[in-house]
Design a protein around this ligand. Structure first.
Ligand SMILES: [Zn+2]
Length: 149
């Protein structure tokens, strides 16, 4: 399991572009302008779940000139560096979570929104033994929601 570099957890409102650059360097990433701009969108507002599409729209709205492909690549680089956690919901759609701690999710099938569930709220029992030579790295739980009728 990836751990973000220590000392990166800051109160969101205090996150400045300089601190974002430091966060990137600490994760072994060169703080290019695009990375800093995207990281600032991601990490300056508290824990959030984004898709490449929603972050791209947000970037354009803030006049950050990036292509969707760049956003997509950057999200994957951040994930590999341990700054984000990938949450696979549907085959085609990947969500990126700024909260890299171990936790579960509600997924609203109508709005496409992900919401955190604290790990303490769900107990998982009877996990199978991992096959020889392997260990379980983590368990993902996605609780799907639809509107009440
Ligand atoms: Zn989450």
């Amino acid at each position: 399991m990836h751990k973000p570099p220590s000392g990166t957890h800051k109160s969101p409102s205090e996150t400045t572009p300089g601190e974002v650059a430091k966060l990137l360097r600490g994760a072994g990433l060169r703080p290019t302008r695009q990375r800093v701009a995207l990281a600032h969108l991601l990490f300056a507002g508290g824990d959030r779940h984004v898709t490449a599409e929603t972050l791209h729209e947000e970037a354009l709205a803030r006049k950050v000139p990036v292509s969707l492909a760049t956003v997509y690549n950057t999200l994957h680089q951040f994930t590999q560096a341990g700054l984000l956690r990938e949450v696979a919901v549907e085959g085609a759609k990947t969500y990126f979570d700024t909260n890299t701690s171990n936790h579960y999710h509600f997924f609203c099938e109508h709005s496409g929104q992900l919401m955190d569930i604290s790990t303490g709220a769900i107990r998982i029992e009877g996990l199978p033994e991992a096959p020889d030579g392997m260990v379980i790295s983590r368990v993902d739980v996605l609780v799907r929601l639809v509107d009440k009728r």
